[in-house]
Design a protein around this ligand. Sequence first.
Ligand SMILES: [Cu+2]
Length: 136
Amino acid sequence: MVAAAVVLLAGCGSGNGGAPAATSSADPSLGTVTLAEDGVQEVTIETPDDYVFVPDAFAVDPGRVRLTVTSTAEQMTHNLRFRPDAGPEEITEEIPLLAPGESRTIEFEVTAPGEHPFDCTFHVQLGQSGVMTVRG
Ligand SMILES: [Cu+2]
């Protein structure tokens, strides 16, 4: 006699993250340190076909750092390694060999103010070095 009503629950409310997608293409602020939502300092530098880092110097505050190296090279391969025993603290994280056009990110923590030199170990003799300064 009584028909059972079938109730359809519409709309399972997923996808309510609320995080706006940051669209960043062709970053005009290379080497500029920004603070990510998780509180980590983020900085991006590039390696072109020349034996340089672009830029070859940036500064961070003590804390966690997320460093991205993007290859804009068409032929050259580069890496990035903090020079052992050269800075006020040891940073063992490193960017392994970057193929042309490749991009990699490492994350590490710095606590000691001062200059932390880094190199492309393949081209350090050609002057491909840079410095990350940790502010006091
Ligand atoms: Cu190199």
